[in-house]
Write a protein that binds this ligand. Structure first.
Ligand code: SAM
Length: 294
């Protein structure tokens, strides 16, 4: 990250009162990085200023300095959650990077299906699921290829750090633009029109379980994962933060499990070599071990 602590000039706050020094931005960014891994630098100052306006207003504060003081003085975790919600980028849509779902349906689902039928419990994870578009798209793929899935121990875990995103996911109601990338047949099959919006079919909701999870904190899964979609999340983390995520994934994935990452993300860190590239931004974990097991 660019080090700008030594600079002394000020940057205009959203109120134009010049009360925010670059040191204040830097301190806030360190706090954010330590809390959720998001690595901000000075190029984001105006964006963050604009996003924090609502927090300043709600708390009747007018500068980063006073906001920082407030964050340090309160033991209430709510404001940290609000801050994180302000700085996360939640852009997402149903069917985003559709090649992943094509690969998942044709290359991953047949094996997951037969393992589920043999009594194995199957766990998929949408890590950094935003408003639920990603896990519900996975659920569409699962139900399209495995209509009788409800008879088996097959679940999609959907987690995010942003509580507002999780609320939308749990509600399962979306504006029509959100599903534009899905084929119309899929929209007709798995969404119920409700006024101007669309509601996901209860079968999709039954498959997906939403939970709050900060990827930087310990992961509470008690079962190993069969496929992970961690897309367009670690792009916002530092290089070290990204490497830590891949090490953690290596601890939590079954040999042969698939990992889907975002189009501009790369596997890194000491666990990197354990992920074999099998398709565009698609990896298989410990393939050799999986082959020996079968
Ligand atoms: C750009 S969205 C990507 C959504 C979806 N995976 C996709 O590709 O469409 C990134 C998501 O990662 C979440 N996120 C960022 N830092 C996180 C962290 N430390 N733990 C969990 N989720 C995080 C954000 O809240 C946001 O919803």
């Amino acid at each position: 990250m660019t080090n700008f602590v030594s600079q002394t000039n000020t940057s205009p706050s959203v109120f134009g009162d010049n009360t925010d020094s670059l040191e204040d931005f830097s301190e806030l960014y360190t706090l954010i990085r330590n809390e959720c891994g998001i690595d901000l630098d000075e190029s984001k100052n105006s964006l963050i200023s604009a996003r924090l306006q609502t927090r300043y207003r709600a708390l009747k504060l007018n500068s980063y300095r006073s906001y920082l003081r407030y964050l340090h003085s309160t033991s209430d975790k709510t404001e940290m959650e609000e801050l994180i919600s302000c700085v996360t980028t939640n852009v997402t849509s149903f069917g985003r990077e559709s090649h992943h779902f094509e690969f998942f349906e044709s290359q991953v689902m047949p094996d997951l299906m037969s393992r589920a039928k043999r009594g194995e419990c199957i766990r998929l994870w949408s890590a950094g699921c935003s408003n639920g578009s990603e896990p519900y798209t996975i659920a569409c793929s699962v139900l399209e290829t495995f209509p009788e899935v409800a008879k088996y121990d097959f679940k999609i875990l959907a987690t995010d750090i942003d509580k507002y995103c999780l609320q939308t996911g749990k509600t399962g109601e979306y504006p029509r633009e959100q599903v534009e990338k899905l084929p119309s047949r899929i929209v007709d099959s798995w969404f119920i029109p409700t006024g101007n919006s669309l509601r996901v079919d209860p079968q999709l909701q039954k498959l997906v379980q939403f939970n709050s999870l900060n990827l930087l904190k310990p992961w509470p899964m008690n079962r190993k994962l069969d496929a992970v979609f961690c897309r367009n999340v670690i792009i916002y983390f530092s290089a070290d933060g990204q490497a830590d995520i891949f090490s953690n994934l290596a601890e939590h994935m079954k040999p042969g499990a698939h990992l889907f990452i975002g189009h501009s993300e790369k596997i890194s860190g000491r666990s990197g070599p354990r992920f074999t590239n099998v398709d565009r931004t698609t990896y298989q974990f410990d393939v050799g071990k999986a082959a020996r097991k079968n």
